[in-house]
Design a protein around this ligand. Structure first.
Ligand SMILES: Cc1cc2nc3c(=O)[nH]c(=O)nc-3n(C[C@H](O)[C@H](O)[C@H](O)COP(=O)(O)OP(=O)(O)OC[C@H]3O[C@@H](n4cnc5c(N)ncnc54)[C@H](O)[C@@H]3O)c2cc1C
Length: 370
């Protein structure tokens, strides 16, 4: 695993060099895991949650380095890691001091959070959220359905975005205990290991103090959360693609056909060359956006969308090429490239599909020129 920092010094600080060494040392622990079994414990034991639930400033490049390592070693751990940040981000941004007092337990990995935005009828169109929060006595009653919510099954609380009836700007965030009466969690099975489920809320009572920020801040908090983590989806994709390239190289230098190594076939070399160009370009897009996000006060929405779109689509191509190089062995259950082929697929869908990223980029380009 490369996790190179020194070849791109313009994007990193000294602390990233130290972090990269720490991540390289932690990598064998994640490589040894079977799917999501023990992943949350390994993340807590490695002290990695302090990156996504930071005490101080948010270090996007640090999160990207961690997701590169986790994408390389264990995709389920990568997802749990990122969603811990997504689930707690609104508390850090707008929570009361009481609400923020729970964050150290999430930072240490003693507790796990989820982020519940998507609904059956509100996917890309977040504004269509129908879950309601009705003010009732000393609190709210929440009712609605949330779908495809990562970390359900291992999480104890979720940030839930709901619609406060009667408000001018209704979308509002709530910190909801997942063991409250009226909450039901239904596990779902994704194509690759990934704790995920559906969340049903029926008249779930929470106190007013469970509201995060003011009524009407829900959309801003949700978009702020996605904005903070979206570029790191590209970093996870880079990690998965790097693993596929490493596996493919190891395979073609061993495998012989037509009396020589596959690695000596010009077409095989050409495919490997295309894979590394895709991979390096993806990493550069991710680091450009992450660096700009960390070091300037400027809006980086477009760069982040370019990085997420470019890196996840490139990683899918790289992994597909790796499967091709493995021939029949690449599509047999249990092969690492077969696992990567399934693991990469959701990254082009969650935190804004590729089409939504294209929409953001296209809109920015045409608005800039009018
Ligand atoms: C593994 C996984 C984990 C997830 N984890 C979470 C989570 O933790 N929390 C959470 O809240 N959500 C989560 N999601 C949900 C995810 O964010 C949504 O699946 C995603 O936003 C797309 O919504 P949808 O599935 O309803 O698809 P839709 O929005 O119905 O889209 C279906 C297709 O139509 C396309 N489309 C939609 N609108 C347009 C348009 N205007 N122009 C062109 N094409 C369009 C989409 O790109 C897509 O290809 C997760 C999803 C997956 C797969």
């Amino acid at each position: 695993m490369q996790l190179s920092v020194d070849d791109l010094p313009m994007f990193f600080d000294e602390r990233h060099r130290l972090l990269a060494a720490r991540l390289r040392a932690a990598a064998p622990r994640f490589l040894a895991l079977e799917g999501e079994e023990g992943a949350a414990e390994a993340l807590a034991g490695s002290g990695l949650f302090d990156l996504v639930v930071p005490e101080g400033a948010f270090d996007t490049r640090g999160i990207c380095l961690a997701r590169e390592m986790l994408g390389y070693t264990n995709a389920a751990a990568d997802s749990i890691f990122a969603v811990q940040g997504l689930g707690t981000h609104a508390l850090g941004a707008a929570g009361s001091s009481d609400q923020r007092s729970v964050l150290p337990a999430y930072r240490r990995g003693e507790r796990i959070a989820a982020f519940a935005l998507t609904e059956p009828e509100a996917g890309s169109d977040v504004a269509a959220i129908a879950t309601t929060a009705v003010l009732d006595g000393h609190g709210y009653r929440l009712t609605g359905e949330k779908l495809f919510i990562s970390n359900l099954g291992i999480a104890d609380h979720a940030t839930v975005i709901a619609r406060v009836e009667g408000a001018d700007k209704p979308l509002t965030a709530f910190w909801v205990p997942l063991d409250a009466p009226g909450v039901t969690v239904r596990p779902l099975t994704a194509i690759a290991p990934h704790p995920i489920g559906a969340l049903s809320l029926v008249n779930v009572r929470v106190p007013v103090s469970a509201r995060i920020g003011e009524v009407g801040q829900g959309m801003r908090l949700a978009l702020g959360t996605l904005d903070a983590f979206r570029v790191s989806v590209g970093a996870a994709a880079v990690g998965m693609a790097r693993r596929a390239l490493d596996e493919a190289i190891d395979f073609v230098v061993e495998r012989k056909q037509f009396g020589k190594r596959l690695a000596d076939q010009p077409l095989v070399q050409a495919l490997l060359a295309d894979m590394v160009v895709d991979l390096d370009a993806a990493r550069l897009l991710v680091l450009r956006a992450a660096h700009k996000k960390d070091t300037t006060g400027e809006r980086v929405t477009t760069e982040v969308s370019i990085a997420k779109l470019g890196a996840t689509e490139a990683a899918q191509r790289v992994i597909d090429s790796a499967v091709q190089l493995f021939g029949g062995r690449g599509v047999m259950a249990g092969a690492i490239v077969e696992h990567l082929y399934r693991a990469i697929r959701p990254l082009r869908i969650y935190e804004g599909t590729s089409e939504i990223q294209r929409t953001i980029i296209g809109r920015a380009l045409t608005q800039e020129s009018t």
